[in-house]
Design a protein around this ligand. Structure first.
Ligand code: ZN
Length: 261
């Protein structure tokens, strides 16, 4: 059995008993890995605790014979606590990004660029003014899709490849099931489109190439961001043929409805 070391962050934990569980990590060196955590939940354990939103150094036994290795040691480097104003929203958008990575990443395929980007995303979610959090999430979502090879065509028509022109108040149609925006000439009756206002479309285009720092200057607001989230979730669900609905986003919707009352 080989002992390996890597930077990592927890994606999910499944409890088997009071003392044992399987923890799924996103690791810098090995990508997504699931490891047994024998006795790690015990209060007697002297080892570092498995905590969400905490980049850590992970030492683990990598079993070649068995399918799953197990955790040897954990040392927390940093812990994002999302204590600034809007904690629930920060937590929800940090969780939503974590859920997406858990759903979309294949096991044991290193994604170093995505790993670094994800940690930076959590840093931004922890520190920016709360009005910029939804834009950060959309920028993250778009970058994640591109890095994993699911780049949606937003600026160009997915059918004829012509540039989508914004004119007046005519809405732009995003064919989430077709892979991207569709121009006026190519739209087909009966197809499902998400209709974006010219203003929302411009933000969508800008966020596809924006850095996290740039995204953290765009206030979208929770009501408008819902449409973009819906567009991207439907897009990736269609691309992967799986339901990519996010529990954390359902939570945000509930939060919104309760604050609107
Ligand atoms: Zn077209």
């Amino acid at each position: 059995m080989a002992l390996d070391k890597t930077e990592a962050i927890v994606l999910k934990a499944y409890n088997w008993s009071e003392s044992s569980r399987t923890v799924v990590f996103f690791s810098k060196e090995f990508g997504k890995i699931a490891l047994f955590d024998k006795g790690g939940r015990s209060i007697k354990s002297k080892r570092g605790k498995v905590m969400p939103f905490a980049p850590l150094e992970l030492t683990f036994y990598n079993s070649e014979k068995e399918t799953t290795g197990y955790i040897s040691d954990i040392e927390i480097h940093e812990l994002f606590s999302f204590e600034k104003e809007g904690t629930l929203g920060r937590l929800a958008y940090a969780s939503a990004a974590t859920e997406l990575i858990q759903k979309l990443l294949a096991e044991e395929q290193p994604q170093r660029q995505l790993y670094t980007y994800f940690i930076n995303y959590l840093k931004q979610i922890d520190s920016v003014d709360k009005q910029f959090i939804p834009a950060l999430f959309i920028a993250f979502f778009l970058r994640l899709l591109s890095l994993l090879g699911y780049h949606p065509s937003i600026s160009y028509c997915i059918v004829c490849n012509s540039e989508i022109k914004v004119g007046g108040q005519t809405p732009i149609l995003f064919g989430a099931d077709n892979g991207g925006s569709v121009c006026n000439t190519c739209q087909k009756a009966g197809d499902y489109y998400i209709s974006l206002s010219p203003e929302m479309f411009k933000i969508f285009v800008a966020l596809q190439t924006a850095s996290l720092q740039e995204a953290a200057t765009v206030p979208i607001g929770l009501s408008k961001v819902t449409l973009l989230q819906e567009a991207l979730i439907r897009f990736i669900s269609s691309q992967t043929q799986t339901d990519c609905g996010l529990k954390s986003l359902a939570f945000i919707e509930k939060l919104k409805n309760s604050t609107n009352k």
